[in-house]
Design a protein around this ligand. Structure first.
Ligand SMILES: *Cc1c(COP(=O)(O)O)cnc(C)c1O
Length: 357
């Protein structure tokens, strides 16, 4: 039976990425060796790294003066590298969920102050705060563009009087972004890019070098820029996988094409959740609802059907639909690589389940 992968991360990758990575595990670029067993300084691997960085620049229209890096340590390491490299006198953070809270917590380990400009914790992060004020003397404003666990997402860049830093782990490359408004964008690979183990970083060169603290070598963006992401051994196989996804995305038509697909998938699923009497969305304001992570629960009068629906979905090959433990219910992750066909399979299962109950 066909499997439909709704896992939140690690998550679905394009067939193209899996196929090319599997082939390269045996014979990489005609070397007769696996991509996992050649030097990261070989000309074949250097070409992979260069092409991956170049394609990110092309697809996201990264302006001159920015560097693209593939680091390790996940988005979680970026939570501390960001303040380490940019926090001098004050930082502003928006708290919209678990990951945003973790980023804030790391910033607070530095000499601040670190200001929480707004939080949606009062309603279990089921909305995006509006009308908050960002202090004009902050070094930067940090936010999370897509809240993977709670299912809210910003679809436009916020207006900020200071440069922005954004955790785009779960919606990078799913819609256009005006990179020029940011000094730093980061994303763990395992949602929209490829296998876990690589972290995409886009950093503005001339924003660096302004803090007075000494920065340990491995945590210094400048070192990684000067060494073309090869200061130490990069995550070679994950970077290879990311490159395949970037090639796939370009062939699909780039960001405009994938954004259109993502809108269509999310509209179809939210539409069914609204229509189907058994289910309801957990994010009340349709404008705040994520296209990447669709959160929903059973309507209160059908609450006892939660486990049976999960079991039924599994029997239909629909995998990874359990909601995060802090929200409950269901979460369908509709990342770039998830085809419309999988959304239709989920909708059809929801309709069958409604008829039978
Ligand atoms: C998954 C995720 C993280 C954590 O990423 P790691 O690579 O595990 O450190 C951070 N932020 C967001 C928005 C995420 O979705």
């Amino acid at each position: 039976m066909k499997k439909h992968n709704f896992y939140a991360g690690p998550s679905i990758m394009p067939e193209f990425t899996k196929q090319k990575t599997a082939e390269a595990m045996i014979d990489f670029s005609g070397t007769g060796l696996s991509v996992a067993e050649v030097s990261h300084r070989s000309k074949e691997f250097v070409a992979v790294m260069d092409q991956a960085r170049q394609l990110v620049k092309e697809l996201l229209e990264v302006p001159e003066g920015y560097s693209v890096l593939f680091l390790q340590g996940g988005a979680s390491l970026q939570f501390l590298m960001a303040p380490m490299n940019f926090l001098e006198k004050k930082a502003a953070y928006l708290n919209t969920g678990t990951w945003a809270s973790k980023a804030l917590k790391e910033a607070k380990t530095f000499v601040g102050p670190v200001v929480e400009v707004a939080s949606s914790k009062d309603k279990n992060f089921n909305y995006l705060p509006k009308g908050f004020v960002i202090p004009e003397d902050a070094d930067y404003f940090h936010y999370t563009s897509n809240n993977t666990i709670y299912g809210t997402e910003f679809f436009t860049d916020p207006v900020s009087p200071v440069p922005m830093i954004c955790d785009m782990s779960s919606d990078i490359l799913s819609r256009p972004v005006d990179v020029s408004k940011y000094i730093l964008i980061y994303a763990g690979a395992q949602k929209n890019l490829g296998p876990s183990g690589a972290t995409l970083v886009i950093v503005k060169n001339d924003a660096l070098g302004k803090v007075t603290r000494p920065i340990p070598t491995m945590l210094d963006y400048k070192i990684h820029i000067d060494n073309d992401s090869m200061f130490n051994t990069p995550a070679t196989v994950p970077v290879f996988g990311c490159l395949q996804t970037l090639i796939w995305l370009k062939e699909l038509g780039g960001i405009p094409a994938v954004e259109k697909l993502n809108k269509a998938k999310a509209d179809a699923l939210y539409g069914e959740i609204e229509r189907n009497k058994l289910f309801m969305a957990t994010i009340p304001d349709p404008n705040d609802r994520s296209r990447m992570n669709v959160n929903f629960v059973m309507s209160p009068e059908y609450a006892e059907l939660e486990k049976p629906f999960l079991a039924f979905a599994k029997s239909q090959g629909l995998l990874g639909l359990e909601g995060h433990r802090s929200v409950g219910g269901f979460r369908a992750s509709l990342y770039n690589a998830l085809p419309m066909e999988s959304v239709q399979a989920l909708i059809s299962a929801m309709q069958t389940f409604e008829k039978e109950n």
